[in-house]
Design a protein around this ligand. Structure first.
Ligand code: AMP
Length: 582
């Protein structure tokens, strides 16, 4: 297909306001595209590479303007292009009005191409190949190479072609053709079920490949499309949610630590994994482990110890999902910023490796290629089964999972996670599939507390074992007409060190002691976060804080300034508008 023909169809699409027509127009274009069907499917979305391939053209606006100016002739500068852009609002219109066609022939010399090419414009395949060459230019002089290649292309195109070429170079096609449109158009063009197309897209992350498979192999081909080691899929994402909500919707909850690091998808193949731009089978010189970030860019070289860790332990092909965290000398987690110092690093990797130690926490298994295991692609398998595979494959890095149907058990798990320095917990539906790129309801990050309450501490329980000399759990109360009424107990969110301080602070106020339990004079105010408030006969206030968490001692507040039963009631009914006083 000529690029000019693609540009004509793109112009038609751009002029088409109705979504349904758009799908049919794209379907017709895909049917007419012949060998270029894959390229068309990507170009329509402003992509040169498939989703799993993180290569980019690495062409900033300035370089694009310079190439356009050069192709427009000696009287136009990159600044002129930028000025026109300010007037016309988008690069396609600017490119179309630059009259690049007048430079035909000249361009062919500039690009070192063949002298006839200018007369009939490039084919779609040529544009694709040239843009891939632009992406491949690296190191000293790469800017010049990119500029020369783009100049060569722009010199060979007429106005309409220039419009879409310029947009493609900057990755913004503005055709109103989104992922859903292309998906539906593939289904319509080749008469296959849209669900099958969607599934194949999820596992392959490659519109071009799926379009080709739909055309050449139909439904069976789409069904047979599976994950491939070396081609990362989108990460499954989480929504905010509550323990109570999860327990209401699911029969049980899989709770895990929420690691504060950077997402990583680990691909392993014992025969090696060829780089994305090598159109060849892997060789023994190719790495056996490659790592990808959450947006599927490759980060292998920045994380050598994770590579070594996996190389030593994995034998079979595998794709694992997890989080890389920075740890201190005792193995405790360090803040997320520390991981960032390592994650995308290209230089000084060895020096930084000395400074910031990294650890892998794997929490999912997408592909298990061990001989004898039934089915290697696990996306459809329930979380419980995927996690069991993970634990067999890489026990040293597999996350700990608590399967529970009891809120108290999850609360204790969270308390432990927080006191070990983690940022919180994740809740997963045990029988849920892995849905790449989906921010669905099956993974929840426990919502941070929306509100805090200032509560008076009216009692406590002594700890156990080595904590027998410290308070472990504190009884919380809020102001009532005559004194204070209890609303819950807090034991979560308090470090060991803090517990000792709180014991010293509260011990002088003990008024009664009965076995494990003590009562205090109302003197000390705790700021406490919580997940929600429920009506409850257990506490005097008639309400209970769910998942209360210690935030701070309010040294600045007297018990008289604490929150009241009235406010708790309003919060529970969702009609509190005061927002608290601070
Ligand atoms: P957020 O970035 O706040 O949207 O939280 C979701 C992110 O938490 C995921 O994308 C992961 O990078 C990260 N995460 C940490 N621990 C886990 C876990 N156990 N399961 C899933 N995601 C996790």
């Amino acid at each position: 297909m000529q690029f000019a023909a693609f540009a004509d169809r793109a112009a038609e699409l751009e002029a088409e306001p109705a979504d349904l027509e758009t799908v049919s127009l794209v379907a017709a274009l895909l049917r007419d595209a012949g060998d270029d069907v894959g390229t068309v499917a990507r170009f329509l979305q402003g992509r040169v590479f498939p989703g799993w391939d993180a290569r980019t053209l690495d062409v900033g606006p300035a370089l694009c303007y310079a190439a356009l100016a050069k192709a427009a002739g000696p009287n136009v500068t990159a600044d002129d292009v930028e000025e026109r852009l300010a007037d016309e609002g988008e690069i396609g219109a600017v490119a179309a009005n630059l009259d690049l066609g007048g430079q035909q022939g000249l361009g062919a010399f500039g690009a070192g191409g063949d002298a006839d090419a200018g007369s009939d414009g490039p084919t779609l395949a040529e544009v694709d190949a040239e843009l891939r060459a632009v992406a491949a230019a690296e190191g000293d002089g790469s800017e010049d190479t990119k500029l020369a290649t783009l100049f060569g292309l722009f010199s060979r195109v007429d106005d309409d072609e220039a419009r879409y070429l310029a947009r493609l170079v900057l990755g913004e096609m503005r055709l109103g053709v989104g992922e859903g449109t292309v998906r539906d158009a593939i289904a319509e063009a080749f008469a296959v079920d849209p669900e099958l197309v969607a599934d194949a897209l999820q596992v392959s992350n490659d519109y071009g490949r799926v379009a080709r498979i739909a055309r050449d192999e139909g439904a069976d081909g789409l069904r047979a499309t599976s994950l491939t080691v070396g081609r990362p899929v989108q990460s499954m994402l989480a929504q905010a949610g509550t323990v109570t909500g999860a327990l209401e919707s699911w029969e049980a909850v899989a709770a895990e630590i929420k690691f504060d690091g950077a997402r990583v998808q680990l691909h392993h193949h014992p025969d090696g994994i060829a780089p994305p731009d090598a159109e060849r089978e892997p060789t023994p010189d190719d790495p056996t482990v490659r790592l990808y970030s959450r947006n599927t860019s490759e980060v292998t070289d920045a994380l050598p110890e994770i590579v070594e860790f996996a190389e030593e332990r994995l034998d079979a092909p595998a794709i694992l999902d997890g989080e890389v965290v920075a740890v201190d000398d005792d193995g405790g987690p360090l803040p997320f910023q520390e991981v960032l110092r390592r994650f995308r690093r290209k230089h000084d990797v060895d020096r930084m490796r000395e400074e910031v130690e990294l650890e892998l926490h794997a929490f999912d298994c997408l592909l298990d290629g061990r001989a004898g295991s039934d089915g290697t692609d696990l996306l459809e398998a329930p979380f419980r089964a995927r996690h069991a595979r993970l634990t067999e494959l890489l026990p040293a890095a597999a996350s700990e999972v608590l399967y529970a149907d009891d809120a108290a058990e999850i609360e204790a798990f969270e308390a432990e996670a927080l006191s070990a320095g983690h940022e919180g917990i994740m809740l997963k539906r045990p029988d849920s599939a892995y849905t790449p790129g989906d921010r669905g309801q099956d993974w929840l990050k426990r919502k941070p507390d929306v509100e805090t309450l200032d509560c008076v501490v009216t009692g406590a329980e002594w700890g156990e074992g080595r904590r027998a000399n410290e308070f472990g759990t504190f009884l919380l109360a809020v102001g009532a007409d005559d004194g204070y009424e209890t609303v819950g107990k807090v034991a979560t969110g308090i470090t060991d060190e803090r517990l000792a301080e709180l014991t010293d602070l509260l011990e002088p106020h003990v008024t009664r002691e009965d076995g494990q339990t003590v009562e205090f004079r109302p003197e000390v105010v705790f700021e406490v976060g919580y997940e929600e408030i429920q009506a409850s006969p257990t506490y005097g206030a008639g309400y209970a804080l769910r998942f209360p968490r210690f935030v701070e001692v309010r040294e600045d507040k007297d018990p008289a300034d604490a929150d009241t039963v009235e406010r708790v009631e309003r919060l529970a009914n969702g009609d509190d508008e005061s927002g608290g006083d601070d």
